[in-house]
Write a protein that binds this ligand. Structure first.
Ligand SMILES: [Zn+2]
Length: 91
């Protein structure tokens, strides 16, 4: 059986949706600015998020995720990073 990792990978639309879900679960005002796919490093993607009411303005963070991970893992990773950032910067 041939390995086809791309079949299991999330695409830009999937990652954007998961990021939106992670962001909407936060009380702070956040905006998903975009998702960039890694070059060469096929299963890596970066989510760019602006934190509009972060204590330190202007504030933009990027969260690296692996697109071959389960959706729950990707969403959970983004949530974890957001919560840590908000704690550190004070939203
Ligand atoms: Zn911040």
């Amino acid at each position: 059986m041939e390995a086809s990792p791309s079949l299991l990978s999330l695409n830009v639309t999937d990652v954007t949706r998961l990021a939106q879900e992670a962001v909407s679960a936060q009380p702070a005002k956040l905006r998903v600015m975009g998702v960039t796919m890694g070059n060469g490093d096929g299963d890596y993607a970066e989510v760019i998020i602006d934190l509009e009411d972060c204590g330190k303005q202007p504030c933009r963070m990027s969260v690296g995720v692996f697109r071959n991970a389960p959706e729950d893992t990707v969403r959970g990773e983004i949530v974890k990073r957001l919560e840590r950032h908000i704690r550190e910067h004070g939203a």
